[in-house]
Ligand binder design. Sequence first.
Ligand SMILES: [Zn+2]
Length: 277
Amino acid sequence: MRPISAVTLSCLLALTSIAFAKTPPTELAPPDSSAAAPPFSYPESAENGWPKSCESDPAATDPSNPPPDGPQQSPIDFTRLTPVPATIPLGVLVKGTYNEGENNVVFPMPTIAVDFMNEKLTYSPVSFHFHFPNEHVVKANTAMLELHIKAKDQNQHYGVFAVLFEPGLRHNMPRNPLLNQVIANLMAPGTMSGQVDLVPALNKFMTSHFYAYVGSLTTPQCNTGINWYVLQTPELAPASQISAVVKALQGANMPRSNNRTPRQLTTPLPTVYLSNQ
Ligand SMILES: [Zn+2]
């Protein structure tokens, strides 16, 4: 996952959004390291700076030759797996409370409470970014835009909430507000920054089916043990709007293709859950 811009959490204005600063792109540090990530580029290859820890090793089935960084790399193609139906309670919390110091009602950053794999996890979003074309596959043969909302749980482990945007060609299709905010922010002059409200996207996880599985970051160091939550049904947005987002992202130095392709599935197959809601 490669952030398209430095992202700072804002204490101003609507506190349910994440500021989207118009500053040079920076790479987010890997989860358990404060060191800057080494440079890499696409497509994925050792020559392009992708380390051994990113390799999906078919030797995963051979206990005498374990893979370098665990068996499970992301992204994956959900259409090639049979998900396990599961109840995965999930809530997005943004309840305002009165603050005496501010003499006002203040709104915290959204938190996402998830019960997954027998753990009660509480996530706080830390950044978001896009991939184009998509990394996870929820539907074959359609190039989509993939939003990753990266969040940290109470144990400082990363989870990623992914929403895909599918280009729609229907006349008069409403523009997606989140994508509109992204375009406006990236096109803003100079160092102005705007905010993107992620709450509507996160709220979708409370009312729609989503896949959940344990995988990896999709950029070096490709750390494993990452919980993924991926909406099963893409959001539809006008094809022209998705093109405008991609153009704005590329104008801000995002590579033309910054997607890691789905990993080859090896046995044992990863367990993918599909939420009931
Ligand atoms: Zn990503």
